[in-house]
Write a protein that binds this ligand. Structure first.
Ligand SMILES: Nc1ncnc2c1ncn2[C@@H]1O[C@H](COP(=O)(O)OP(=O)(O)O)[C@@H](O)[C@H]1O
Ligand SMILES: [Mg+2]
Length: 395
């Protein structure tokens, strides 16, 4: 509009100078802003890299100490931070460059028009042209800032969009059914699976766990015992064959209802950095307090907890660090008992217990699993002595 007014009221040269200033300004802003985006991208990448490294070294602080690698971790973090620093400085310099260039373009345009106006000063023209130009350049500057900010925010959102578009490995089928807790018979029918295509882990496995029975799986480390329990829990889908519960393919159920029906005591138990009570209650946050204690009793941990000065309010530390391996396992067993699922999976759940405690807990496990379909992974034969059937995995 300003360009048109200048053209109509004054001289075509005024508007030509203004128009070319605007075009130069817009082009310059666009080109430089797009070029600057890479620095923003690098900044974000380095920032999340540094964060990941910091968190990783804190989580593994014992390992860091065991190997005297504080200095090493420090350097790793520092390197990532240095990358961020460099990108941030480059980003700032290029921003200054942008501002400088924008300012220069506007200044040149202004000088040009002012000079033309001054050359033919006729009453009041100069002031009027000046006013028009201020009307023009102030918003122009504002637009430059907005364009830059929008572009920058888009880059910042990159990662988020990437995450949103990421397809999970396991998805519910359309109109997935709810798994009604029935007798709980498990069937593996010619199941094959590998974490990657090059390397099959499980090759054509078939077996059945009748309702309420206990099947044990033994085999050397790495033979795929834990993998079988992960497949049943549907952390992964089988490549071939199918797994059924009460005759129905587990892929037809919603993951939520499937996982509600299955309780897992995993091989490596990690606890939340909270109290023992919190960690056991986690199995079913709605359960009344008496049930929590009952579960602790069944898992043979109640006595130990009561002997602690703070009892159930004892903090367990990060990942349960302040408990021994066996205590952690028993807390994990207690919280799975509290969940009260139809199907139980114990993945070397008693491996860290001494044989005396294991014998004691065995009795409780027998009680707990009597009414339930149970899959038990173990490498100590004493653990599975009561199983109805024992499967041996080879290679
Ligand atoms: N998430 C994973 N990605 C790739 N390979 C894996 C993964 N988990 C386990 N594996 C591999 O699969 C094989 C079987 O693992 P697992 O079922 O945990 O054995 P185990 O019988 O000792 O429980 C191992 O060789 C292991 O290296
Ligand atoms: Mg395992």
């Amino acid at each position: 509009m300003v360009t048109v007014i200048l053209f109509v009221q004054f001289d075509w040269r005024f508007s030509a100078a203004t128009a070319s200033t605007i075009v130069a300004y817009v082009l310059f802003t666009q080109i430089i802003t797009d070029w600057r985006l890479q620095f923003r991208r690098t900044m974000n990448a380095r920032d999340s890299e540094a964060n990941t490294k910091a968190i990783d070294s804190f989580l593994n602080f014992e390992t860091v100490k065991y190997f005297n690698n504080e200095e090493y971790e420090y350097c790793r973090y520092d390197k990532a931070q240095a990358g961020y620093e460099k990108a941030a400085v480059t980003s700032q310099i290029s921003l200054s460059l942008l501002n400088l260039g924008q300012g220069a373009i506007v200044a040149v345009g202004l000088i040009l028009v002012m000079w033309m106006a001054a050359a033919g000063v006729i009453s009041g023209d100069f002031v009027m042209v000046n006013t028009f130009l201020i009307q023009l350049y102030l918003p122009l500057n504002f637009l430059g800032v907005v364009y830059r900010e929008i572009k920058r925010s888009l880059v910042d959102m990159d990662k988020m969009f990437e995450l949103l578009e990421h397809k999970p490995d396991v998805v519910d089928v359309a109109n997935a059914k709810e798994l009604k807790v029935g007798p709980g018979q498990i069937d593996f029918e010619h199941v094959s699976f590998g974490y990657s295509e090059e390397r099959g882990i499980i090759k054509n496995i078939s077996f059945q766990v009748p309702p309420g029975k206990t099947v044990a799986i033994v085999g050397p480390s790495g033979s795929g015992k834990s993998t079988i329990s992960r497949l049943l829990f549907r952390f992964y889908d089988a490549d071939q064959g199918r797994i059924t519960i009460d005759g129905q393919d587990i892929r037809d159920f919603s993951q939520l209802s499937l996982r509600k029906a299955i309780g897992v005591v995993p091989q490596d138990t990690v606890l939340f950095n909270d109290t023992i009570a919190y960690n056991i209650h986690y199995g079913n946050p709605e359960a009344p307090w008496e049930q929590v204690q009952e579960a602790a009793q069944l898992a043979q941990i109640h006595g130990f907890v009561e002997s602690l000065p703070k009892g159930y309010e004892t903090e367990v530390g990060e990942r349960g660090l302040k408990l021994s391996g066996g205590e952690k396992q028993r807390v994990a067993i207690a919280r799975t008992i509290l969940k009260g699922p139809r199907i139980l999976i114990f993945d070397e759940a008693t491996s860290a217990l001494d044989s005396h405690t294991e014998r004691e807990i065995q009795e409780s496990l027998r009680k707990v699993s009597r009414e339930r379909t149970t899959l038990i992974v173990a490498h100590r034969l004493s653990t599975i002595i009561d199983a109805d059937e024992i499967l041996v995995l080879r290679q």
